[in-house]
Design a protein around this ligand. Sequence first.
Ligand SMILES: Nc1ncnc2c1ncn2[C@@H]1O[C@H](COP(=O)(O)OP(=O)(O)OP(=O)(O)O)[C@@H](O)[C@H]1O
Ligand SMILES: [Mg+2]
Length: 406
Amino acid sequence: MVKKNIMASMDIGTSNIRVIVGEINQDKTINIIGVGTSPSKGLRKGAIVDLDKTVQSIMEAVEEAERMINMEINSVFLGIVGTHITIINNCGVVAVSGEDKEITYEDVERVIQASRVIAMPPDREIIDIIPRQFIVDGYDGIRDPVGMVGVRLEVDAMIITGAITSIRNLMRCVNRSGLEIDGVVLNSLANAEVSLTDDQKELGVALIDIGGGTTEIAVFQQGGLRDVSVLPVGGDYITNDIAVGLRTTIEQAENLKVNHGKALVSMVDSEEEIEIKNVGGKGNKNVNEELLSSIIEPRVQEMFYLAREELEKMGYLKFLPAGIVLTGGVSLMKGVAELAEEVLESSVQVAQPEYIGVKSPIYSTGVGIIHYVQVSHMVPTSKKETRLVMPKFFERIKNWLLDIFD
Ligand SMILES: Nc1ncnc2c1ncn2[C@@H]1O[C@H](COP(=O)(O)OP(=O)(O)OP(=O)(O)O)[C@@H](O)[C@H]1O
Ligand SMILES: [Mg+2]
């Protein structure tokens, strides 16, 4: 839906499917004008297990957003979970083509194309190529070489690849819902766009997105993504523990968690008794917040121990001067940041994305996709290719922008 100045994003999560519609203003700020959410019924741990149910959920979310904006949504930018993602660093080198040796957009695009030549197993495809730095005649650390003069242009690029099958299944669901895909964006990159500051990304920070079925960990340093990893744990585990521990239904357990749950027993200050139904509807019983939190705390603690182990494996646990930022539904629970600080032995804060219209970390992936696409000025290369190109490297971005702002 790269039409005029409006675009839509879709975040297919384990708990919810969210469609966000953003309007880009003349000054390049973004207004969120439409939101559609539907419970996600066909996913487990971030992966599609039921195509039909996923299609159904997608359609519901899209319809809700359409009603809000009173307009049809034809295509979306799609968020991709980091489960089967690998990051490969590669270099590309080209000779600057012009007679005056001034570096042009075309030279930059050529060097990026040169960097994508990597040996890749047939079951993987390139999702995104992000230049870390350009090197002109040996001078490194250049972010934008266009207009500079040189003979030899090199790029040090990060190539993000994903497993074809999981991406294709996701895309198939979206297509089956009657939508085209404008492009795909790695969830963590999208999330970071609205949850992290440039300073945090420069210094070194881990962004942990705890959703319903997955915990996505992304590490940023020197301004860019360094590594990403996904753990198959999330808020659903907490709900399950509550249901089992209190012998109640999943639905009631979820309500208890969201409305009364605290991640630290020591934070409970209410002795209020909450009445719940027993499983099977036989009678009621009372629980208090202390009992509830005594079930929640060990599970959340375990999730952070797993995250800690993962950060250690990635080699970044001791190298995060800007600490850790939490996002996703579970980050809304009281006490989560405090518990994370204890386990991760680092400063932890909950992301407070600031964007007009929608204010909650649960929307950060969807809103982040729109920001990511806008900031990197991406447009789809062609209907057949999923990868987005960075048209700031093309003259044609000008036309696209003119199209948008006319
Ligand atoms: N206020 C709250 N307190 C505690 N937990 C919450 C709260 N709000 C939402 N959650 C939990 O957050 C989880 C959903 O988060 P989110 O919407 O970010 O997940 P998702 O993106 O659909 O899933 P995933 O990213 O794992 O595929 C659920 O487990 C839900 O119970
Ligand atoms: Mg999510």
